[in-house]
Ligand binder design. Structure first.
Ligand code: PMP
Length: 430
């Protein structure tokens, strides 16, 4: 069993200077019983090593971006080469054009693109653009879906469908939250009710086409098509938050995979190859609402920074090679089958949602199709599972709502080792 002595010591030091000891609350182990988060030393492919010298098979992938594994040589070289020529210019580069073209080639609905620096910024700006374009104020989002930490999307579900939101965070003015309507994912009836109730006040419907933030949850057959049609009939735009989903399941967006097109799309995570990035884009006439062409303002000192452009291009070059996603599908299937076998063998009450190289284990025997069901899964069982894994060499997110992510660097050996560790956890801790 691993010792985390040095991580503990560093966490104590961290808490003395960094608020809460972490720079993003999702890194804290609060939801899984506390304790110091494992402090990382270095990563290599699908593995990383903590400051105590322990090795882990990594399924966190930094919450999604590290799809080509840690310290991928192509990405490392691209960053090193660019940094030798300068890190930031505050003037356009050819890299930005190359990268924007690469993204548009992969996701054609992005007729015009803008780069920003985080998923939060990307989503926040798509909402502003939609509001500017439609001259309407409200947005409709789906319960439990996380879209970054800007005011408007930090709104919890109302107690029932079609209710106006209440802020999910202190510091979000009530007035802001009143512009947000939340309905359950995969529930067309509630969606229709909300649209008919708030009608011409709704600027946009914001949706993760495949949910990645209360585990991996796919849309039911016809759901997204109906959302598009109803929203458009209502004069509202459709925004896809593809911060997690783009390039996760195939070379392109979930919109390519599912065959439905939004008006605007927000991107982030994978497209930066691990560097800070966000991007948004969509229909040309809508995007032309943005400065310098239009009245909606968005800017950024770091926007389109050369390091992120170079890393992003290198990452997409790795991903566009034939066979990359079919291998993640093969290994993902192997992992899922193995986990199901163990769940059955040890009579664990758990279910798995998986798509290609992303999966979530929910400690419930119900099939999870919306947030309420994910919320109802057993957090104590998950905490036991998480703590068992982290002490034996598997790193997943310390939250029952997050997914496991495979990378291009995971191998059959990793999957086999993972399954034997999971078996050890089920056998000894459940
Ligand atoms: N949208 C989705 C779907 C996300 O998963 C996230 C981050 N987990 C964001 C937006 C915000 O991205 P960032 O953390 O880069 O600001």
């Amino acid at each position: 069993m691993y010792s985390h002595e040095k991580s503990q010591t560093l966490q104590t030091q961290a808490e003395d200077v960094i608020l809460g000891g972490v720079n993003s609350p999702s890194r804290s182990y609060k939801a899984v019983g506390g304790g110091a988060p494992v402090v990382m030393d270095r990563g290599e492919g699908a593995h990383f090593y903590d400051v105590d010298g322990n090795r882990y098979i990594d399924y966190l992938a930094a919450y999604g971006p590290i799809i080509t594994g840690h310290a991928h040589p192509r990405i490392h070289e691209a960053i090193a080469e660019q940094s030798s020529k300068g890190i930031l210019y505050g003037a356009p580069t050819e890299l930005e054009i190359d990268f924007a073209n690469k993204i548009r080639d992969a996701i054609p609905s992005l007729e015009r693109v803008r780069f920003v620096n985080s998923g939060t910024e990307a989503v926040m700006t798509t909402i502003r653009v939609a509001r500017a374009y439609t001259s309407r104020n409200k947005i409709l989002k789906f319960e439990g879906c996380y879209h970054g930490h800007s005011d408007l999307v930090l709104v919890a579900a109302g107690s029932g469908p079609s209710q106006l939101g209440t802020p999910d965070s202190a510091g979000v003015p009530k007035g802001v939250a009143e512009d947000v309507i939340t309905v359950p994912f995969n529930d067309l009836e509630d969606f229709k009710t909300a649209i008919s109730h708030f009608g011409d006040e709704i600027a946009a419907v914001l949706v993760e086409p495949i949910v990645g933030n209360f585990g991996i949850v796919e849309p039911m057959e016809g759901f997204l098509e109906a959302v598009n049609e109803i929203a458009h009939d209502n004069g509202s735009l459709v925004i896809y938050d593809e911060v997690i989903t783009a390039f996760r399941f195939m070379y392109g967006g979930a919109q390519n995979l599912l065959g439905v097109e939004p008006d605007l799309t927000a991107l982030g995570k994978i497209i930066g190859g691990g560097t800070p990035i966000g991007a948004y884009g969509g229909r040309r006439d809508i995007m032309e609402s943005v400065a310098p062409l239009g009245p909606a303002y968005q800017a950024g000192t770091m926007a389109g920074n050369p390091l992120s452009m170079a890393a992003g291009i290198a990452c997409l070059e790795v991903l566009e090679k034939p066979g990359v996603y079919s291998e993640m599908e093969r290994l993902g299937g192997m992992l899922e089958d193995g986990l199901i076998e163990l769940i059955n063998k040890y009579s664990i009450k758990a279910t798995i949602n998986r798509l290609v190289g992303a999966l979530t284990i929910y400690f419930t025997d119900e099939t999870v199709t919306n947030y309420t069901m994910a919320e109802a899964s057993d957090g104590e069982q998950f905490a036991k599972f998480f703590n068992g894994l982290i002490r034996r060499g598997i790193n997943i997110a310390p939250s029952k709502y997050e997914a496991w992510f495979l990378t291009t660097e995971h191998t059959e050996e990793d999957i086999k080792e993972t399954l034997s560790i999971v078996e050890d956890v089920f056998k000894n801790e459940f």
